[in-house]
Design a protein. Structure first.
Lengths: 501, 331
């Protein structure tokens, strides 16, 4: 109850006009940064930090935090409307979000994403208030071996993403893994598939790859004139229907839990949360067959998950003093520059500030909702621009975005190359989801596997000796078995299977 | 419906400005005298918001006033700064391209032939050193290991069994383990967390490794909250932020490993330009207010001028060069 009164005091100071204004500025800036591919909220926060030094610490931190979770929403807008993922975390949203746009349902998709983001963020912040300490302990229990097994669940779910042709799905997944293998080997320190280009030593940045495959690939495909072009929704289509909301509700619930749990693990990208949320929908949703062709669940689940991930990532910061993501690390820098060391002692050293920041997370999520749902009408007006003009704007946009990731021209070439790959994928009907999944999960699987084996000094038993890891492995196995069995049963019954070669 | 397109246009203009601002923040300040007469580009080989970037941006802000010039910070975050060093060493040596140089990266990328770096030690004209962040060793608060001596003995009792974190092959932590082994014969098993110190710290706190090696600045918040016990610092002197923690040298193990951050021009930059920049950085770093700002951001101010930084570079290259075969061999 003590924390409850402290939280109320926090609300009192978070709701002062000044702090409210800074939260609003932060949300707007974050949304805009999220819209622009390549320039993430992390870079935006880093560039703004010097400006915040003259501000009151609470206002500074509130504004920076708002940029951070505003960015988690901004990426959705371009993913849904233009098929350009602003960040890795909204890549998977492109698949169903853009299909909805093609059917004139962009408004419903964006509004649902806004509502989902609000609910996801609020649930994660509630978890921070109620159970920060035990939850952070849980996050620490997930070491490299547990994380490896957890990611295997993601890979097992991949079978669900494969779609109608197993062979095509596997081709797509392998290509993603292959791209993920580029870079310096994490244990031997030797360059792999880098074409002697130091630029590729850290691997191929996935934003140019995704922007190419989705954004440019789509541009090329629609140039032929055969592919459908997006249309602006009418006023009535702007808001989600009751059916939409009923269908989105369970997806939002699952997305929020996945994002909150994954967000607790320091160092894990929120892209993983949205991927796992999407794959889970593909497996358990009642409308799983429609996913990939514009189902509301395919937008609601990942968008909820990445916002709850963003908010849950504050838990390790406040309880352990560990920056869970690059953006949080920048935020930690802001605490330090104001003479505050994040960690459990912060609650005793500067309780007013901590509770004000926590209260501002609630306020900020609400601001995002009231800002973005009414703005949906405005955003979707983008689609009213004649497509011939819009196409040129999109092209400029994705070139700038690809360059901005590392300030490097090579990334523009990478984007163009993968644009052609994306075009070919569309022509031969290869699914994109498996590639996105393996591209993003690949480096995590590899480092988790090799770190685990260094910890166990070469013994693979580490994955079954650790109880939590064993549980994850069994779940992965069950998911895999269920997919194989259900396909087998359908074949026996003479029904068309999901997976026909 | 007239209003919406106008707002859209405004939003578009805002976006364009923002993207321009993020790509390059150029300005127009003109300067008197010979140098500088145009904007100076400061290349940082790490992402915006990392410790190297924060230090560089702090300094750039002050340098703008001091030199009456515009300084543009350009992030080229790839390959542990190798891309940034390649850019620097291929730039015109006229004093308008400077790079943040960090150790071990500036030395390691040259030593490791498999990386095919196009530059070497002599391609750089060192300007000044800004930060030295020594490597330190921590264990769990309830561990039996309390001093560097305990650590060496525990490691000798079970050679290659005690697991220690590094932030990757040929990182300062990896060199530290190699150096400790050479000096004392204590063999620890490195676990490489190529993703950096967050991943290493998390794995250590979760009980996945026995020993945490990381920079003093990263350890400070953990030590304050009692999550770890710091047993020794690998530096010539004790760290200001951890006055009770002995150095390895005090315990009789001559291990001195740090990561450090400074600045360099390309080779062939006129001496007057190097001196002017070096002096300007020195004056800024002399200011107690600036020192306080750096310390609060977790950066330990340690200024060296151009000559001293050159000598430090040569010394460090020798240390790392001697240890390099060990680091690559056990990787």
């Amino acid at each position: 109850m003590e924390s409850f009164t402290a939280l109320l005091d926090g609300f009192a100071s978070a709701l002062t006009p000044q702090n409210l204004l800074f939260a609003l500025i932060g949300c707007l800036l974050g949304t805009i940064l999220g819209i622009l591919p390549g320039i993430g909220s992390t870079a935006g926060m880093a560039i703004l930090i010097p400006l915040t030094l003259t501000m009151d610490p609470a206002s500074a931190i509130i504004m920076l935090a708002a940029i951070f979770y505003g960015g988690a929403y901004g990426g959705t807008i371009t993913s849904v409307l233009l098929n350009i993922p602003g960040e890795g975390e909204s890549a998977i949203t492109c698949i169903d979000g853009y299909q909805m746009t093609l059917r004139g349902r962009a408004g419903a998709a964006l509004a649902t994403a806004g509502i989902g983001s609000f609910i996801g963020g609020t649930i994660a912040t509630l978890a921070l208030v109620v159970a920060a300490k035990p939850l952070s302990e849980l996050g620490l229990r997930i070491g490299p071996p547990e994380f490896f097994s957890l990611v295997l669940i993601g890979l097992a779910l991949l079978v669900g993403l494969v779609g109608r042709s197993v062979l095509k799905g596997v081709v797509s997944a392998c290509l993603g893994l292959l791209i993920a293998m580029v870079g310096i080997d994490p244990v031997m320190g030797l360059p792999r598939f880098t074409f002697d280009q130091p630029h590729f030593f850290d691997g191929i940045s996935y934003v140019p790859v995704l922007v190419g495959i989705f954004g440019l690939g789509e541009l090329l495909a629609t140039s032929g004139g055969a592919a459908p072009k997006p249309t602006a929704p009418t006023l009535r289509q702007l808001l989600p229907t009751r059916t939409d909301l009923r269908r989105a509700a369970p997806a939002i619930g699952r997305g929020a839990s996945i994002g909150t749990v994954i967000g607790l693990i320091p160092g894990v990208s929120s892209a993983i949360s949205s991927l796992l949320a999407y794959s889970t929908e593909k497996k358990v949703s009642r409308h799983r067959k429609e996913l990939g062709s514009g189902a509301i669940e395919g937008v609601a689940a990942p968008e909820t998950a990445n916002n709850s991930h963003a908010n849950a990532a504050f838990i390790p910061l406040f309880t352990l003093g560990i920056p869970a993501s690059p953006s949080i690390a920048v935020l930690m820098g802001a605490f330090l520059q104001n003479g505050l060391t994040p960690g459990p002692q912060l609650f005793t050293e500067a309780p007013d500030l901590v509770w004000t920041v926590i209260a501002s997370l609630f306020v900020g999520n609400l601001l995002l909702l009231v800002l973005n749902v009414p703005m949906v009408g405005l955003w979707t007006r983008i689609l009213a621009i004649p497509y011939s003009v819009l196409r040129a704007v999109i092209f400029a946009f994705i070139v700038i975005g690809s360059y901005a990731v590392n300030n490097s021209v090579i990334d523009i070439y990478v984007m163009v190359f993968f644009g052609i790959v994306g075009f070919v994928f569309r022509q031969v009907h290869l699914p994109l989801a498996p590639l996105v999944l393996t591209l993003i999960l690949g480096p995590f699987i590899e480092s988790a596997l090799r770190e685990s084996l260094q910890i166990s000094q070469g013994d693979f038993g580490i994955f079954v000796d650790r109880p939590l890891s064993l549980v994850f492995l069994l779940v992965a196995l069950a998911v895999l078995a269920a997919s194989v069995l259900s396909a087998g049963l359908k074949r026996k019954a003479g029904l068309p299977t999901d997976a026909e070669v | 419906m007239n209003r919406a397109p106008r707002v859209l246009t405004l939003a578009g203009i805002g976006l364009a400005c923002l993207s321009l601002a993020a790509c390059s923040q150029s300005g127009t300040t003109a300067a008197t005298g010979d140098y500088p007469t145009k904007p100076i580009e400061l290349v940082v080989g790490y992402e915006a918001g990392g410790p190297t970037d924060i230090g560089a941006r702090m300094l750039a802000q002050e340098l703008e006033d001091k030199l009456d010039a515009t300084i543009t910070v350009v992030n080229k975050p790839a390959a542990n700064s190798q891309v940034a060093y390649t850019t620097l060493t291929q730039a015109k040596p006229d004093g308008y391209t400077m790079a943040a140089t960090t150790f071990p990266s500036a030395i390691m990328t040259v030593l490791d032939k498999s990386r095919g770096a196009s530059y070497e030690r002599d391609s750089f004209a060192p300007v000044a050193l800004q930060v030295i962040d020594p490597t330190a060793v921590a264990v769990a608060p309830d561990s039996d290991i309390k001093t560097p001596k305990d650590l060496v003995e525990a490691a000798k009792a079970k050679p290659g069994k005690l697991r220690a974190t590094t932030t990757g092959v040929a990182s300062n932590e990896h060199f530290a383990l190699a150096s400790l082994k050479e000096v004392s014969g204590a063999e620890l098993a490195p676990v490489h967390f190529a993703d950096g110190s967050t991943a290493a710290t998390t794995a250590f706190l979760g009980g996945n490794t026995d020993v945490l090696l990381t920079n003093v600045s990263d350890l400070q918040p953990l030590a304050e909250s009692g999550k770890v016990r710091v047993i020794g610092v690998m530096d010539a002197e004790r760290a200001e932020s951890l006055p009770d923690v002995p150095t390895f040298k005090e315990s009789g193990y001559d291990v001195e490993i740090s990561s450090s951050r400074g600045y360099a021009f390309p080779k062939g930059t006129p001496d007057e330009v190097v001196d002017e920049m070096s002096t300007a950085i020195g004056e800024i770093m002399d200011d107690p207010a600036f020192q306080k700002k750096m310390t609060e951001a977790g950066l330990a101010p340690s200024y060296l001028d151009a000559d001293d930084y050159s000598a430090y570079w040569d010394d460090t290259e020798k240390t790392f060069g001697d240890l390099f075969p060990l680091v690559k061999a056990d990787s």
